[in-house]
Design a protein around this ligand. Sequence first.
Ligand code: GLN
Length: 191
Amino acid sequence: MTKIRIGILALQGAVQPHKAHIEALGCEFVPVKSAEQISDPSLNAMILPGGESSTMLKLISTFNLESALKNFFDSRPVWGVCAGSILMARHVLEQQQKSFALMEYDVLRNAYGSQLESFETKLSNVERAVFIRAPQFTNVGPQVEVMASCENKAVWLTQGKYMTTSFHPELSTRVPSECHDYFINEIVKKN
Ligand code: GLN
């Protein structure tokens, strides 16, 4: 059987830490940065990593990747981590920042404030969730399933072939992380 190939947008941010999780699930880790690589029909899904969403958007525009990404998003599963989750949101609140509007939630960037830039916590179904200048999800639509919350705020969402987390599962000490496992076994394999 051919291996499932997971593309990861490698313009900026936390790309490499996903490798061990993806490989632990028997899949291939494929960093992508050009329109040609993004358009590879043999990729089964894509991860938009954590980093800085405004910088990623600038690089997407500089390298003219928008239409290749949109074509990919229309046809295959996508998971956004932190900055990636900002790119997937319907609207970015309180800022003029574009997003691809793949899922029904709005997002507030850096919502935990500067004094609490980073923290780690346990969620009901995640042993160690690492939040780094994390966004908050709001106005979560009826089609969206909340997979996990932290202090009554949704932090892990799914909607059909799309998944989003405001924290960084690739920094989990559990390999594969609960979220990588769910994305590949419940979303990628079933879509
Ligand atoms: N604060 C970043 C942003 O607005 C996201 C941080 C992260 O990905 N860890 O894009």
